[in-house]
Design a binder for this molecule. Structure first.
Ligand code: PRP
Length: 182
């Protein structure tokens, strides 16, 4: 799989150091609040698993699945909930955990959806942010790394469901997705 990378953007060590920093901030900010960490499947599962173990406050984990991409590299723009929440979030502090904030369409939709359930607060924690690609106004309270507009995989992020198991984050060689999308 390493041969499919144009370059490695963040090593396993760099990611874990960043995750530790985010965990420290979340621990401080959510003291006494018992937050719900809401992972958006599938991409966030690796980040969420590491992040939770760096958070030192009592918390709960929940998952939703939302889909806006086909097997290609660009969002179709239409957001669809494929797995809904099955817990009541009214009056609770929710932290949406994402692997990547790209066009912002997914999180824009999710934020509106969740705010309709009257949580005490909703914030976003994303490992990666690609601000250049934003199409909907969404800001994350917690961001790991801002990245350029390149197609990244690994540490939960996929291309056509592959590469999620890489322990690092790499930029995929364009010929890999150009071949598949042709
Ligand atoms: C990715 C990512 C976010 C979304 C961000 O999910 O996990 O949910 O895209 O993109 P946006 O800001 O342009 O909306 P994807 O639909 O690829 O599904 P996956 O998590 O199952 O890989």
């Amino acid at each position: 799989m390493k041969n499919d990378m144009a370059r490695i953007l963040f090593t396993e060590e760099q990611i874990l150091e960043k995750v530790r920093d985010l965990g420290v901030r979340l621990t401080e900010d959510y003291k006494g609040k018992s937050p719900i960490f809401l992972g958006v499947l599938k991409g966030s599962f690796v980040f969420l698993a590491d992040l939770m173990r760096q958070v030192g406050v009592s918390c709960q984990v929940e998952f939703m699945a939302v889909s806006s991409y086909g097997s290609g590299t660009n969002t179709t723009g239409a957001v669809r909930i494929t797995k809904d929440l099955n817990t009541d979030i009214e009056g609770r502090h929710v932290v949406i955990v994402e692997d990547i904030l790209d066009s912002g369409l997914t999180l824009h939709y999710l934020l509106r959806y969740l705010k309709g359930m009257n949580p005490a607060s909703v914030r976003i924690c994303t490992l990666l942010d690609k601000p250049e690609r934003r199409r909907a106004a969404v800001d994350a309270a917690y961001t790991g790394f801002q990245i350029p507009d390149a197609f990244v995989v690994g540490y939960g992020l996929d291309y056509a469901e592959r590469y999620r198991n890489l322990p690092y984050i790499g930029i995929l060689k364009p010929e890999i997705y150009e071949e598949c999308d042709a």
